[in-house]
Design a protein around this ligand. Structure first.
Ligand SMILES: Cc1ncc(C[n+]2csc(CCOP(=O)(O)OP(=O)(O)O)c2C)c(N)n1
Ligand SMILES: CC(=O)[C@@H](O)[C@H](O)COP(=O)(O)O
Ligand SMILES: [Mg+2]
Length: 591
């Protein structure tokens, strides 16, 4: 598929053998190659298309891999992967046992740092640069490429602040396309958007104030301009900053015009850019929409309700509330720590704050969760999206640690609704006002219920439920993994032997229900889509031990290893929590 020039580029060395004039053709071919593959195999599109020229220029000008190139987030690194020896296996991108969708150290020597979560590139590249200096290799270049949304995160500023007092050979390249997944937000965006190509912001250049040599803004699709800037900056000692203006989705009209949709568009027609219908999608809503639409309903009748998202209005569906109540719904940018403490501040003033964060990104705000929310027992409502295995994004994005990292926090309620209606009802219950903070956990994608917009029912906090009686063994499922358990039970030869309970809450546990289970069953299996170590199953185990129940307890969940990418179904199977694997386990125990 790779055409004339690209098919002979198996490493940056091959690229460097070409004349500069050939690079335009390489850019054309690289764009076509990315579009071709992503159109059928899916993945992140717009970001990689936007940095095609920059990617080629970096590998052409610098001596990678000796010079160290660090991509921020890494969703824009497809061109980098293709030029660094992975062209022929690029169609395995984000698939089980295939390439990771992000740079990864054990995948290639050119991937200098594993990424996926944003805003780490400056700290990582600075760390490398300081180490190089200590190793007597000060001439080595260390290059962080970071987007306009990612640089607005606190962590990126911490890196800039430190770099400014070093004399190391650090390049920060700002790829400014004025958008993250959703439009960029905040005062920094306003500052950056005043910069026009060729017109350096003269007054109060905040980057220069941080002791960086600032260059730009230049057109990031113009090879000549990029090389000229590289040559000039190479003469500068110490940290330097190059500001590029690019267009996300460059080269595919639809992607340029609908940048939010084409961030990760799913399958599309590679020539027209038209999105293709998704196969096998049922009619039940996405869990994120159950959250987003329910929140709008609740916000209509209660003006104390506030919504907060750190940079994921579309992904979390907070966008519905942002559209209806722009004064009460906030996208704070990639700033999970700020989002949590902002929510805490609002809660001190009696606001009912729904703070929605992907499980994996909430890891960033762990201290804020403990110190600013739980310790003061502020009743913030955390809506934890993308809990469990998320599929193709892989190890950096699975939401599998939350139950373990939340369970040990005093004061925090942890709700694990097992379907759309339960999610809706716990959102309603939380909106009535709780005395504690609460974490409500739900997965990526859709469940099975279509008729979900029922009248609200108040939920009793800390209550689980019996879903099915059985004579020999009990299964306790945690959250929406319930559907895998139900499917497993349907396949059993003797389903009447197996009882099924829904834990409902990981904290507080439904002790009454657990006592009933342990008094009745000699074997109990817990199933969750989170890590076993420290997870809900271990909470059940600890309860049994504390109360001297002697039933045998088997915990199913994510084993003590990082799970890579694949479809959610494949990964559940590998982890032993698919319907089939659960069924096998039950049959084994029963026999
Ligand atoms: C800590 C963290 N929060 C949120 C995200 C989700 N996320 C991935 S890419 C992205 C937007 C990045 O925008 P920008 O840095 O401008 O890069 P662009 O996509 O425009 O190239 C966001 C919010 C993330 N990866 N990491
Ligand atoms: C790169 C990144 O972090 C996001 O683009 C992420 O892939 C979004 O995930 P969802 O598709 O689950 O919203
Ligand atoms: Mg951007």
């Amino acid at each position: 598929m790779a055409s004339r020039l690209l098919q002979n580029i198996n490493s940056p060395e091959d690229l460097r053998k070409l004349d500069k004039q050939d690079l335009l053709q390489v850019a054309k071919e690289l764009r076509e190659f990315i579009i071709d593959i992503v159109a059928t195999k899916e993945g992140h599109l717009g970001a990689s298309l936007g940095v095609v020229e920059l990617t080629i220029a970096l590998h052409y000008y610098f001596k990678t891999p000796e010079d160290l190139l660090v991509w921020d987030v890494g969703h824009q690194a497809y061109g980098h992967k293709i030029l660094t020896g992975r062209r022929d296996i690029f169609e395995t991108n984000r698939k089980l046992n295939g390439l990771s969708g992000f740079p990864k150290r054990n995948e290639s020597i050119f991937d200098t740092f594993g990424v996926g979560h944003s805003s780490t590139s400056i700290s990582a590249a600075l760390g490398m640069a300081i180490a190089s200096k200590l190793n007597g290799k000060s001439e080595k270049n260390h290059i962080a490429v970071i987007g306009d949304a990612s640089i607005a995160s606190g962590m990126a500023f911490e890196g800039l602040n430190h770099a400014g007092v070093t004399k190391v050979n650090l390049w920060v390249i700002l790829n400014d396309n004025a958008i993250g997944i959703d439009p960029s937000v905040g005062a920094l965006k306003a500052y950056l958007s005043k910069s026009k190509i060729g017109v350096k912001p003269k007054q109060d250049n905040m980057i220069e104030a941080l002791n960086f040599h600032y260059s730009g803004p230049i057109d990031g699709h113009d090879f000549e301009a990029i090389f000229k800037a590289f040559e000039e900056l190479e003469k500068v000692k110490g940290p330097k900053f190059l500001h590029l203006i690019t267009k996300k989705g460059k080269g595919l009209q639809q992607a340029e015009e609908n940048q939010v949709t084409y961030h990760a568009p799913g399958k599309f027609d590679k020539t027209t850019g038209e999105l293709l219908p998704k196969n096998n999608e049922n009619l039940s809503p996405k869990f994120q929409d159950v959250f987003g639409l329910t929140l709008v309903e609740l916000a209509k009748t209660n003006e104390q309700i506030i919504g907060i998202t750190p940079a994921m209005p579309t992904g979390s569906s907070l966008k519905y509330m942002m559209n209806e109540f722009p004064d009460r719904a906030f996208d704070v940018g990639i700033a999970e720590q700020h989002a949590v403490t902002l929510a805490a501040g609002m809660a001190t003033q009696g606001k009912i704050v729904f703070c929605t964060i992907y499980s994996t990104f909430l890891q960033r705000a762990y201290d804020q969760l403990i110190h600013d929310v739980a310790l003061q027992n502020l009743p913030v409502i955390f809506c934890i999206d993308r809990a469990g295995l998320v599929g193709a994004d892989g190890a950096t994005h699975h939401g599998v640690f939350d139950l373990a990292y939340l369970r040990c926090i005093p004061n925090l309620i942890i709700a694990t609704p097992s379907n759309e209606i339960e999610l809706r009802n716990i959102l309603y219950t939380a909106s009535l006002g709780l005395e504690n903070p609460i974490a409500i956990r739900y997965p990526r994608g859709r469940g099975l219920i279509t008729d979900w917009q029922k009248d609200f029912q108040k939920v009793e906090i800390g209550k689980g439920k019996k879903l099915q009686s059985g004579s020999e063994l009990a299964i306790i499922s945690v959250g929406t993994i319930r559907t895998e358990v139900e499917e497993a039970l349907q396949q059993l030869q003797q389903p009447e032997k197996v009882a099924h309970y829904d834990l409902g809450f990981v904290k507080p546990l439904d002790e009454e229900m657990l006592v009933e289970i342990f008094q009745q069953y000699k074997t109990v299996i817990t199933v969750e889509d989170g890590v076993i170590s420290g997870g809900a199953g271990e909470a059940v185990l600890a309860f049994a031990n504390q109360h001297q129940f002697t039933s045998k307890i088997i915990n199913l969940g994510i084993p003590d290893e990082f799970i890579e990418q694949g479809t959610t179904a494949e990964l559940r199977d590998l982890a032993g929590i698919s319907a089939e694997r659960i069924q096998q386990k039950i049959e084994e125990v029963l026999s």
